[in-house]
Design a protein around this ligand. Structure first.
Ligand code: XUL
Ligand code: CO
Length: 439
């Protein structure tokens, strides 16, 4: 029985279409900078919000109407839910999906029972992947919902909890591997602290690094060659998450000799919670050779928490796609909709409106970004801005040919700096508007 009987596969109809269940910009086979849109985005749909989100908030229970879901924690319900999920993935033309172990299968009374439940649902996931051609972008383990993880998982104060977390990740990696997952994600969950008075931060960070090294070793053992990704977030649920932003993650990875094995999965709403723009996080990770994947969503300008909304803002998507293109794309990653419909958007069809609208916003952002790049409209300005380092004393500085004394001598002779050039921020912002108008 179809879960979405009234909805057929969403098709590209072009910018003039008024149909909210058609793509106006996302045209999977259209070439942009020599690659199809499908290849650029590798769109992925998350299981947790789209199939486990109920719309509950701290003030009231869920509102979502999901006729395919009997609301029980049975394995059979989980298997039926998986069939509904693949119907949606296929009808949205999304080539990928992503899950946490506990989204797809219910937790049992023991670890063994939880593992068996996961295997039983993974059978259906495998069968559905086979039938639809939809692939697994990444798997991960939920080590933050169960009360046992109240102090964290790999950064807990309780060695038994560390052991449980290790066992859980071991199993989640095996299932991800079995399903052909192209990446495996670690988002910090409760890996952080609420209060330093009760926390040995150094010890917790050492434990976290040990945990990641064990994951790297286990991947080798089972032949899992997918990319490991860390997903930065500065707060929520803890007040300080150790993986707070891209720069903090890179420092951690470098300090513990993990840079060869990990890249970053950057999320828009996490970037803004950290006080950064998403383009900043992408450009930073890209500069470090660590741009892995994107959790696509947005926060709300007036709300200071992780609202996980679907992004529809062309400025945001243009900026993201510009820096993704600049750094050569997402590799084995993708644009993964870690986003949820609002509590008031309780009908199944809202899941479609949300994804279609955001896929279109990214597609238009890609076209705008590519148009800016085709004209070098920002790049020429940036190269010109730094041109004093292309020759003369600047080139010597970059080449490491001069020291403080040489530079002092140079400046004493010269007396004062050559006049600066304008930053032209206002002009450049209007340039970007021009491309948004044109595409
Ligand atoms: C939490 C978050 C997670 C990760 C996966 O803010 O983004 O859903 O993406 O654990
Ligand atoms: Co996320």
């Amino acid at each position: 029985m179809a879960a979405f009987p009234e909805i057929s596969t969403v098709q590209y109809e072009g910018p003039q279409s008024d149909n909210p269940l058609a793509f106006r910009w996302y045209n999977p086979d259209e070439l942009v900078e020599g690659k199809t849109m499908k290849e650029h985005f590798r769109f992925s749909i998350v299981y947790w919000h789209t199939f486990r989100g109920t719309g509950s908030d701290p003030f009231g229970p869920g509102t979502a109407v999901r006729p395919w879901d009997d609301g029980s924690e049975s394995v059979e319900n989980a298997q039926n839910r998986a069939r509904a999920a693949f119907e949606l993935f296929e009808k949205l033309q999304a080539p990928y999906y992503a899950f946490h172990d506990r989204d797809v299968a219910p937790e049992g009374a023991s670890l063994a029972e939880s593992n068996a439940n996961l295997d039983a649902v993974a059978d259906v996931l495998a069968e559905q992947q086979q039938q639809t051609g939809v692939k697994l972008l990444w798997g991960t383990a939920n080590m933050f919902s169960n009360p046992r993880f109240m102090h964290g998982a790999a950064t807990t104060c309780n060695a038994d909890v560390f052991a449980y977390a290790a066992a859980q990740v071991k199993k989640a990696m095996e299932v991800t591997h079995r399903l052909g997952g192209e990446n495996y994600v670690f988002w910090g969950g409760r890996e952080g602290y609420q209060n330093l008075y009760n926390t040995d931060m150094k010890r917790e960070l050492d434990h976290l690094a040990k945990f990641f090294h064990m994951a790297v070793d286990y991947a080798k053992e089972i032949g899992f060659t997918g990319q490991f990704l860390i997903e930065p977030k500065p707060k929520e649920p803890t007040k300080h998450q150790y993986d707070s932003d891209a720069a903090a993650c890179m420092n951690f990875l470098r300090a513990y000799d993990l840079t060869d094995h990990f890249k970053l999965n950057l999320e828009t709403n996490h970037a803004t919670l950290a006080g950064h723009t998403m383009m900043h996080e992408i450009d930073y990770a890209g500069a470090q050779g660590a741009l892995g994947s994107i959790d696509a969503n947005t926060g709300d300008m007036l709300l200071g928490w992780d609202t996980d909304q679907f992004a529809t803002d062309y400025y945001l998507t243009t900026q993201m796609m510009y820096y993704i293109l600049k750094h050569g794309g997402l590799g084995s990653g993708g644009v993964n909709f870690d986003a949820k419909v609002r509590r008031e958007s309780f009908e199944p069809i809202d899941l479609f409106y949300a994804h279609v609208g955001s896929m279109d916003a990214y597609a238009k952002g890609l076209k705008i970004a590519a148009a800016i790049r085709a004209d070098n409209a920002l790049e020429d300005f940036v190269s010109q801005r730094y041109s004093s380092f292309d020759s003369g004393i600047g080139a010597k500085i970059e080449a490491g040919e001069v020291n403080f004394s040489d530079l002092e001598k140079y400046m004493l002779e010269k007396g004062e700096v050559t006049p600066n050039v304008s930053g032209r921020q206002e002009m450049l912002e209007a340039v970007v508007n021009r491309y948004i108008d044109r595409v």
